[in-house]
Design a protein around this ligand. Structure first.
Ligand code: F3S
Length: 390
């Protein structure tokens, strides 16, 4: 594997101990995947921000790395285990809050932007077509590859942080043209609603696992694409897909000779019922991935004249602090039903301490709520879930 003189110097400790460890990790990964060398990156997005997911071991690791490391490229951070200002409303313990605030401090010390959303591509971290980047967060990195046309592998938290520290990653996988080719055609007959796109992602992720699907007959907007990408990455491990006439590289590769899978109402229904394991709920949580201004606006329009009738069910709307700031009037309407929480989500918050049954309109959350939060789940669209409480 070729290393430049500068890279050799980092490997020999010329940029400090943390940078040395970072490049050791990147080079080791490169060797495993047969990379020919390293490639400069223009940004990183890091996971491993919630105290619930990284625990005391993760805090200790960040304490060590942050002693002498700074990121060399713009880097953003995934959602936290709580809303920084409203954690008491989330029934978070003071002990948890203290550790969570320390984690934010440590990332900030390294120069990471602590906006903490899983949709940074809509705000403060927007790669350009053809950029090489190192992103963790499976839904966001899939959007980067498939909607923006920048290039990233499915990084883990430590790999993305290491890449951010040295400004480089190993040149393999989805950084290379040959691995971005479609491997199967998906002929979808669905309504382009956000929820049906989520179920489509669930059905396809389950069927193909890894692989690069090429979608025909759909034209989702960004809200639909983000929820589809999230579900595909959770149900399978898809990190790249093409949508005809949307993905910048969709016309670059031939699809002749590829198998075609048809997805229609039956597959969507199967996907929905496979994720639904209860018939009542204690919490309904929206915003996986984080809600956009348009989603919040549509929800507020629906709820404007409604009243919440059940006090035994909590409702959370999860988004970024930037989006929450941008639509104060709509947020006020939603707040009559439940808190609009910023920079956190129902999966990385410790909801299992207070709830056992959760409703979601996200297939990604439907996959993770049982495994990461010990929840029974109802997976349905926004209106059907709200009709259970209004
Ligand atoms: Fe985002 Fe949390 Fe879902 S990080 S994609 S809202 S699991």
């Amino acid at each position: 594997m070729y290393l430049s003189r500068e890279e050799e110097d980092i490997l020999n400790g010329g940029m400090g101990e943390s940078a040395q460890k970072a490049i050791e990790l990147i080079v080791a990964l490169g060797k495993v995947y047969d990379a020919d060398g390293l490639v400069n990156i223009t940004s990183a997005h890091l996971s491993g921000a919630s105290y619930k997911t990284i625990g005391d071991g993760g805090v200790k690791y960040l304490e060590d790395v942050s002693k002498d490391a700074k990121v060399r490229v713009p880097a953003t951070l995934n959602p936290l285990g709580m809303d920084r200002d409203r954690w008491k409303e989330m029934k978070i313990s003071p002990e948890f809050a203290k550790k969570q605030l320390r984690i934010i401090e440590l990332y900030g010390k390294m120069g990471v932007k602590t906006t903490c959303s899983c949709t940074p591509y809509l705000g403060d971290n927007v790669p350009r077509l053809g950029d090489h980047v190192a992103w963790a967060e499976s839904s966001a990195l899939s959007i980067v590859n498939s909607y923006i046309g920048a290039r990233t592998n499915r990084e883990g938290g430590p790999g993305a942080l290491a890449a951010a520290i040295i400004g480089k990653t190993a040149n393999y996988g989805l950084h290379l043209d040959e691995n971005r080719r479609p491997t199967v055609i998906i002929d979808a007959d669905i309504n382009d609603t956000v929820f049906e796109n989520s179920l489509l992602g669930q059905a396809v992720g389950k069927m193909i696992g890894t692989g690069v699907p090429y979608y025909r007959n759909i034209s989702p907007d960004i809200d639909g694409i983000k929820t589809m990408a999230a579900a595909m990455a959770a149900a399978g491990s898809t990190a790249m897909f093409h949508i005809e006439n949307i993905t910048p590289e969709a016309s670059k590769y031939s699809t002749s000779g590829l198998e075609t899978i048809h997805i229609g109402k039956k597959e969507l229904n199967d996907a929905r019922s496979s994720l639904s394991t209860t018939d009542d709920i204690q919490l309904i949580a929206f915003g996986c991935p984080h809600l956009t201004v348009r989603e919040i606006t549509e929800m507020a329009a629906f709820l404007k004249d409604k009243k919440k009738k059940r006090n035994d069910v909590d409702i959370w709307f999860c988004t970024s602090s930037e989006v929450r700031k941008r639509c104060p009037d709509q947020v006020k309407i939603l707040e009559r039903f439940g808190p609009v929480l910023a920079d956190t989500c129902m999966v990385v918050a410790p909801i299992e301490s207070n709830y056992q049954r959760t409703g979601t309109n996200s297939a990604k959350a439907g996959n993770y709520l049982p495994t990461l939060c010990s929840q029974k789940v109802i997976c349905n669209d926004f209106i059907k879930l709200m009709e259970m409480v209004i």
